[in-house]
Write a protein that binds this ligand. Structure first.
Ligand code: MN
Length: 290
């Protein structure tokens, strides 16, 4: 039986960037940039590669709350530091991933790591907001700081490249992050002129961001850095070929079929839960962070 290709529904160019605080110049591919089916991924911000000038006082985003979902930060260039009200802190270096479950509520701040800030230079990162199902929205905050060397890596045949399995599984290689719903997040590093085939469930919402380089998809479409390729919920196989040495962030997950109510940093199911989140935040229930 022939295996059905997962067809491209759209290749999306980067929406105009905006600043998050003074430290992150991001292109929001969704939900504001495009209305596409990507649940359980609610938001994708890409700080495409730029160079920040050296500065003693690190740029960043001051203390702010989250409730009802997870923030996933993936660094490609530069270094991002983080502190939260649950007492967790860390630095995300290139290839590292921070998987933070805000759950019932957390305060955190995100900014350029001190040594990077003083030196300046290339900076590139992705932040995802991964929704939680209603039953897990009020779970305890959790923090997974995953170093690049801890991320399971699958070596593609013929020395074509590697698949960093951040979450989910690629062939028999299982991802390092624990997730609440079935999710695949991979960094595929593909050499110029080499191919890889990625198999993902038909019903999973799927897309990928080209981080670096350019690729051909299924022998028909092409996408280059800072473009997002969105797929139809049909077929299972995607074939990619590196037109240059390329890095691709693949996102694929089982949709969470529940109503969404969002207000700023809160992602819940109902308007009443949003009002509750605002009230709880105003009454200091998210903890304290300087
Ligand atoms: Mn945040």
């Amino acid at each position: 039986m022939e295996i059905a290709k997962k067809r491209v529904s759209a290749v999306l160019t980067a929406p105009a960037p905006h600043m998050v605080g003074d430290g992150f110049r991001v292109h929001n591919f969704f939900p504001n940039g495009n209305r596409i089916k990507m649940s359980p991924f609610f938001l994708l911000d890409h700080n495409a590669k730029i160079s920040f000038s050296a500065r003693n006082e690190p740029r960043g985003m001051g203390v702010h709350p989250h409730r009802g979902f997870e923030t996933v930060t993936i660094a490609y260039h530069g270094a991002i530091a983080h502190h939260d009200s649950a007492g967790n802190s860390g630095v995300i270096y290139p290839g590292d991933v921070q998987w933070m479950t805000a759950g019932a509520g957390i305060l955190h701040k995100e900014y350029h790591e001190d040594a990077y800030s003083k030196k300046g230079g290339d900076f590139q990162m992705v932040q995802l907001w991964v929704n939680l199902p209603a039953k897990d929205k009020m779970s305890n905050p959790k923090y997974q700081g995953i170093r690049r060397q801890e991320i399971a890596q699958y070596a593609l045949p013929d020395d074509s490249g590697t698949v960093d399995v951040i979450a989910g599984s690629y062939k028999d290689t299982n991802g390092s992050a624990s997730t609440f719903t079935p999710i695949n997040v991979f960094n595929v590093r593909l050499k110029k002129g080499r191919k890889a085939s990625i198999s993902l469930p038909e019903n999973y919402n799927t897309g990928f961001l080209v981080i670096e380089g350019s690729i051909e998809i299924n022998g028909v479409e092409t996408a280059r850095s800072n473009e997002f390729v969105h797929f139809e919920n049909q077929g299972t196989e995607i074939e990619i070929e590196g037109l240059e040495n390329s890095v691709i962030l693949i996102l694929s997950g089982e949709p969470i079929d529940e109503p969404i109510a969002q207000y700023g940093p809160f992602l819940m199911n109902t308007e009443q839960e949003i009002q509750q989140a605002i009230s709880d935040y105003n009454r200091g229930k998210f903890g304290f962070l300087e």
